[in-house]
Design a protein. Structure first.
Length: 246
């Protein structure tokens, strides 16, 4: 059963109140009825097993049966900075990256990005991506969902990267590059990892130089050239395996 995310301020006197989009999803899509039981989780990595006591068009109220504290947050959070992909490819990457346990997703606007939201539609795109991430986290029973930022350029990304972060830039068709699987990290590694992945057309030479100048370590996935929506998921799988998360 999925774990549905709520804010802790929706809990009072051992009663959970749900309204808005989640209420609509539970009542219309899942057809939850009074007397049924579900799991909800809050921003403090705490889950509550609840029983639905009352349901109408305005709100759902449920009483808490059991509360479970989650494990500590990852000591090595992984952030995916992904150049925006066209069509449903970006949606797919966000969904699967969430299932693979990333803690944040930063959509990048690079020189060769084809899919760019029209002026005034950036917020709508970010909200759609955030909804996809939340749904994927609920379905895969994550303890939290990744925040999806508004699209930003590489210079804007550089301003948001923590000084101590391990910075990785996925490059292709480059000889002598380090394999991502050879990074000196394991389950004892502590610190944020930033993985940057380019668009369908790849990085421009200028962008590659910018990344290297900003102390991003060039890494590769070997000789194979993967599709733009496949490469980040392979890279994330390798990282999470090395960190002992999967």
């Amino acid at each position: 059963m999925p774990v549905f995310f709520i804010q802790s301020n929706r809990i009072s006197n051992r009663t959970v109140t749900i309204d808005g989009p989640l209420l609509s999803h539970l009542s219309k899509s899942l057809r939850i009825r009074e007397g049924e039981q579900i799991w909800v989780g809050d921003e403090h990595r705490v889950r509550h097993h609840v029983r639905v006591d009352h349901l109408d068009t305005n709100a759902l109220q449920a009483s808490i049966i059991e509360t479970v504290a989650g494990p500590p947050a990852p000591a090595a959070p992984v952030v995916l900075a992904q150049a925006v992909l066209k069509g449903d490819r970006m949606n797919w990457v966000i969904q699967k990256a969430t299932e693979l346990g990333v803690t944040a997703i930063i959509p990048l606007l690079t020189s060769r990005v084809i899919a760019r939201a029209p002026a005034g539609r950036t917020r709508t795109a970010r909200e759609r991506w955030q909804r996809i991430a939340i749904d994927a986290a609920q379905q895969s029973e994550q303890w939290e969902f990744p925040g999806v930022s508004s699209p930003m350029t590489l210079p804007e990304l550089f301003q948001h990267v923590p000084d101590a972060a391990l910075r990785c830039a996925l490059f292709e068709r480059e000889t002598g590059r380090n394999s991502l699987g050879a990074l000196s990290i394991d389950h004892t590694f502590h610190g944020t990892i930033i993985l940057t992945v380019g668009p369908e057309g790849g990085w421009t030479p200028e962008e590659m130089q910018e990344l290297l100048t900003q102390q991003f370590q060039a890494v590769s996935l070997g000789k194979s050239i993967l599709r733009s929506e496949t490469a980040p998921l392979v890279a994330l799988s390798i990282l999470q395996h090395r960190l002992g998360h999967i």
